[in-house]
Ligand binder design. Structure first.
Ligand SMILES: [Zn+2]
Ligand SMILES: [Zn+2]
Length: 255
């Protein structure tokens, strides 16, 4: 090859490479400014709370890329009732019965109050009372602890679990009068103080401000929660069913 040809091919290669590098750089720069715009449109800040438009939340994106070891979580009602009857209280017929007996049951430590704590927020309960047998309170504590540990190991901000239903009376479950018709056939484990519902459609960030309409409510956090429930269920510590209609996990303590 002549010297001229050698030099010109070196220039050709150099030119080609710098063209490629320049194109890449321009693309990256324009992508970056687009991403910044997207971020600004996707979030609103309210005091120290930051919200992401549905589908753009980095926390939920991270969770959806992981493999979660989740079981079927379909324990049938008979299994829940078996544990509930063994570990729970005798169901209250009416709300008045509950009001009359609750202070005695608390004094004798048969029931404990479910309160907001470092893992949970109790939602506004309209058909149930926030009381459980002590074993079920311990189970809640264990679920909360393991859930937070999982989030921490992924670098995800801590979130509260939301309790949507706890102890019901025959009256609050079936209504007065109707209670005998349903009573024996389809009893709910909620009557025994052994059972809670934890919602999976929303998880509350620790700043305690609920996301407005159209912004992410972190429903992807259902996966780490389901993994915790799978673990505890395989350890024989609880019965779990995923309630699709109420969007909650219905959990009964077991031993
Ligand atoms: Zn989210
Ligand atoms: Zn339930």
């Amino acid at each position: 090859m002549s010297r001229f040809k050698q030099v010109s091919s070196i220039f050709f290669v150099l030119g080609f490479c710098s063209c490629l590098a320049l194109t890449g750089l321009i693309r990256y720069a324009s992508g970056w400014s687009e991403r910044r715009m997207e971020h600004r449109e996707a979030t609103v800040a309210e005091s120290d709370a930051e919200f992401y438009k549905n589908g753009t939340c980095p926390t939920c994106r991270l969770i959806s890329t992981k493999h979660w070891k989740v079981g079927r979580l379909k324990d049938n009602n008979d299994l829940h009732l078996e544990s509930a009857r063994r570990l729970g209280i005798t169901p209250f017929e009416t709300n008045a019965d509950f009001e009359a007996q609750i202070s005695g049951l608390l004094r004798r430590r048969k029931l404990k109050k479910v309160e907001d704590d470092s893992h949970y927020r109790v939602q506004n309960l309209t058909h149930s009372y926030p009381y459980l047998v002590p074993e079920a309170i311990d189970l809640m504590e264990e679920i909360g602890k393991r859930f937070q540990t999982k989030l921490k190991s992924l670098g995800i901000d801590p979130h509260y679990l939301l309790v949507s239903s706890v102890l019901r009376t025959m009256e609050s479950q079936y209504g007065l009068g109707k209670r005998n018709a349903n009573a024996t056939k389809n009893m709910s484990a909620h009557l025994y103080g052994t059972t809670i519902d934890i919602t999976y459609k929303e998880f509350l960030p620790m700043h305690e401000t609920h996301a407005p309409e159209g912004f992410c409510r972190h429903d992807m956090l259902r996966h780490p929660l389901a993994e915790v429930l799978t673990e505890l269920s395989s350890e024989g510590r609880c019965r779990v069913v995923q309630e699709v209609r109420q969007a909650c996990y219905h959990i009964t303590v077991n031993r």
